[in-house]
Ligand binder design. Sequence first.
Ligand SMILES: Cc1cc2nc3c(=O)[nH]c(=O)nc-3n(C[C@H](O)[C@H](O)[C@H](O)COP(=O)(O)OP(=O)(O)OC[C@H]3O[C@@H](n4cnc5c(N)ncnc54)[C@H](O)[C@@H]3O)c2cc1C
Length: 404
Amino acid sequence: MTNSTGTTKGKVRSALVIGGGVAGPVTAMALQQAGIEATVFEAYDRPADGIGGGMGLAPNGFQAFDAIGVGDAIRAVSTEMNGIVLRSWNGKKLAEFGTLPGIDPTRFVIRAELFRALREAAAKRELTTVYGRRIVDASQDADGVTAHFEDGSTATGDVLIGADGLRSTVRRLIDPAASAPRFAGTAGFGAMVTDAGVAPTDGMMHMAFGKRCFFAWQVLADGTGFWFVNLPVARPLTPSEQRERGGAYWLEHLTEVCEGDVTPAGRMLAATDPTAMLFAGSTESLPRSVRWSRGRMVLTGDAAHAPSSSSGQGASLAAESSVELARCLRDLPLPQALARYEELRRPRVERIVKETARTNARKAAGPVGRVVRDALLPVMFKLVKPEKNAWQFRYPIDFDAPVG
Ligand SMILES: Cc1cc2nc3c(=O)[nH]c(=O)nc-3n(C[C@H](O)[C@H](O)[C@H](O)COP(=O)(O)OP(=O)(O)OC[C@H]3O[C@@H](n4cnc5c(N)ncnc54)[C@H](O)[C@@H]3O)c2cc1C
């Protein structure tokens, strides 16, 4: 497939977007809105329905989704969270965070539902996603960039955008010395339950640092609920490895691991259909990416910057970066566009990555770490003013404003 149209005075007219997760479709829609032709190439041969757990979408993410007109479609498949209550294994409340004045609440979404909403929005705009195209190499010259796929096919455009996630191939093509993501010690599981058998949580998400795992739950007024677990594991587990063992195995294991903690885990796990379990794979952290671009290749989303999975910011930052990248490519010729993009995005994402880095360690704490954590967290949270974090949740994007 060849769709190179060349550039006019360095301005990009066509883009190859690698990856059909969150950043890929958002980038493609934003590029289309910017007047740039975009095609998405996804490694898997079909949409990722039923894959992955649930996630929180921060209000800043919705500001990016709204900038390209998909915010309402995502609101329709997500649930508002009025706040978060953090608890110790013995039920003791460690801290409570409500919504901040003037800032919309975070929303909870099943990952597959988010992917579906984005995919449908992209399809409505007649954007093409080509499945079964795993990028393995790329070549570039003064006229364009060519993606080489595992199946031997190629595609050519003015710019190649790596939206191919944490284990990005495009990152390695841009910088062969780039560090690989590091295993962060836990694996994720979750499920929706139609009859949770637990009192509604008034829009609050409860999260408990259990003795052997981290358990979170929210129950709606109609009795439906969702839960997720971060389970400390000795080695990385992929979603396929989790799935191979089967939902029934994991439900039994998680029930045993959660035993003794004062949470509704026992009841909610018992109410879970083993075939409805969601497997999120292992948590991984990405060391700082030194290079975000080289020539006609550039990164967005997790490929460029991945905050801790507990930050609740990964997908939102991915959406922000993707929209900003499209604005830069619309307004500036290629080398300047990519430099401006990095200048706009790096300070913000690196600050968020830094501030959220320690949460995973708290989830996987051993017995001594647990005692220290439970003693320190309430004090720390009393000292931290929630408004101090409000900056994270405010990122209004005026799509039509020139980036300058
Ligand atoms: C357990 C867990 C919990 C999380 N919780 C949250 C949360 O609560 N809130 C939040 O905002 N974020 C959360 N995240 C992070 C969030 O999932 C990511 O930040 C977000 O999905 C990033 O989007 P992306 O498009 O950059 O990457 P991805 O969603 O990973 O998409 C990348 C896509 O690229 C494709 N791809 C990969 N390699 C190639 C290739 N070589 N060629 C072509 N295509 C390729 C993949 O198949 C995939 O479809 C969590 C992550 C984990 C693991």
